[in-house]
Design a protein around this ligand. Structure first.
Ligand SMILES: [Zn+2]
Length: 136
């Protein structure tokens, strides 16, 4: 990949990181404000629900942050844009759509195929459990 292309991605990741850090800050401030004026159980329940949603959102953001940090690290060592599996360069068009991609299209397809197979396995297993419930 050309150095100016790498620089473009570096800027993108740094911007995303700043945006994420900002949203952490806003979320914390917002939540502290709300927990002060809890009056009854309904409020408490909805506050708990809201906190659960925030936590879920936050874990997704934390994962995204991790990916950004990993990408920035790769830029630093000059390995950005290389597939983690076959070590070929990841297609630029793919990186433009998904800058945190760590696999080339070929390797990603193989991985997705494997994932969908294991998801099918889980599905049939849980369906079996439901069947047990019905007979019990
Ligand atoms: Zn690959």
């Amino acid at each position: 990949m050309k150095p100016e292309q790498v620089m473009k991605f570096k800027k993108l990741f740094e911007d995303q990181k700043t945006a994420l850090l900002y949203s952490y800050k806003v979320m914390n401030e917002d939540f502290n404000l709300k927990s002060d004026d809890l009056s009854d159980e309904v409020d408490l329940a909805s506050a708990e629900l809201e906190q659960n949603m925030r936590l879920r959102l936050r874990s997704r953001e934390a994962l995204f942050m991790k990916k950004i940090n990993e990408a920035l690290q790769k830029i630093q060592v000059g390995a950005f844009g290389n597939c983690e599996c076959c070590e070929e360069e990841i297609e630029l068009s793919r990186l433009e759509v998904r800058p945190t991609a760590t696999l080339c299209l070929n390797c990603k397809e193989i991985e997705e195929m494997r994932e969908s197979q294991s998801a099918d396995g889980r599905k049939s297993k849980s369906m079996g459990n439901q069947g047990n419930l019905r007979t019990a």
